[in-house]
Design a protein around this ligand. Structure first.
Ligand code: ASP
Length: 299
């Protein structure tokens, strides 16, 4: 059987990205997509490519993931990350990470342990230490713009709805390798000024990510509580299973999200035949895709 060429779609958050922040968002997504595509071209698995891409985005201070994540109400980042393998429906996620800069790597290690799917906080960090991941000073994840934003939130009336118009840079990717395997991964600092311990959709299976080789892979980004309530990523893959085109599945998902006044966000989809879609109901979403048809980025 002819091999389908590899393909990758990356997102860097859906929100009202202002003009001066658009180039680093667009360029960061394209850079990460190129890194991932090069990996896929040399026969790295979709799962491994997603880890490499999400690490790249975690290391880029532009995005609300890894270094440069937003701070919670108490002034420190808590990171969530999840990854799913569409071949075996294996899943790994970690939430509430404070001392590791690349939570996607820990999520991947959770996925490899068939006794586990999701670890939180202290237990997730114990697991990471046991697996030999390099710990960092929690302060090392905090950059000056995020500290300044936290100071502003603290001294004013913080309104998350307004905030969703103004900053929300979760990062993620879906990939298809030459063997027909799909994978999806997300990494985030979550929402600005969030309640300590708050967990969003990004690292939860079916909510922020889902992948099944037979039908497709999906990553969501946006206001996590609403995405969670709708189990949005699994809904997309269910629609693909029922025969919807990826465009139709994406539009239906956003229609479900629109039911909530605060249902703001976007999603990326990749199918087993390499069809890629990025759709959002926010003013902008940072994304990039590369596949047999070449590179695509939004204007
Ligand atoms: N969905 C993430 C959360 O609610 C935020 C985002 O996608 O930017 O934690």
């Amino acid at each position: 059987m002819a091999k389908i060429g590899p393909a990758i779609v990356v997102h860097g958050g859906a929100w009202n990205i202002p003009p001066e922040q658009w180039p680093p968002h667009r360029d960061g997504c394209l850079r990460a997509a190129r890194v991932g595509y090069a990996e896929l071209k040399r026969d790295v698995s979709a799962l491994d490519a997603v880890v490499v891409v999400v690490c790249d985005l975690e290391d880029d201070p532009t995005f609300d993931a890894g270094v440069g994540s937003v701070l919670n109400r108490d002034g420190y980042p808590e990171l969530d990350s999840g990854i799913m393998d569409g071949a075996e429906l294996r899943f790994g996620g970690v939430v509430g990470i404070r001392r590791f800069a690349n939570p996607i790597r820990i999520a991947r290690a959770v996925l490899e342990d068939d006794r586990l799917c999701l670890l939180s906080g202290e237990g997730a960090e114990i697991f990471a230490r046991e697996r030999g991941f390099q710990e960092c000073d929690p302060e090392a994840l905090i950059l000056e713009p995020e500290r300044a934003a936290w100071e502003r939130h603290r001294s004013g009336n913080f309104d998350l709805k307004e905030k969703f118009e103004s900053s929300n840079d979760t990062a993620g990717a879906v990939a298809l390798d030459g063997e027909g395997n799909l994978a999806a991964g997300n990494s985030t600092g979550g929402t600005s000024f969030k309640h300590p311990g708050r967990v969003g959709d990004s690292a939860l299976p079916g909510c922020g990510i889902y992948a099944d080789n037979r039908y497709g892979a999906c990553c969501c980004t946006g206001w996590g509580e609403q995405i969670m309530r709708l189990v949005l990523a699994k809904g997309v893959v269910d629609d693909l299973e029922r025969g919807a085109t990826p465009e139709k599945a994406a539009r239906s998902a956003l229609a479900r999200l629109n039911r909530f006044e605060s249902g703001r966000g976007g999603l990326i989809i990749l199918t087993p035949t390499g069809s890629a879609v990025a759709l959002f109901n926010t003013p902008r979403m940072a994304w990039a895709s590369i596949g047999p048809g070449g590179e695509r980025v939004p204007e």
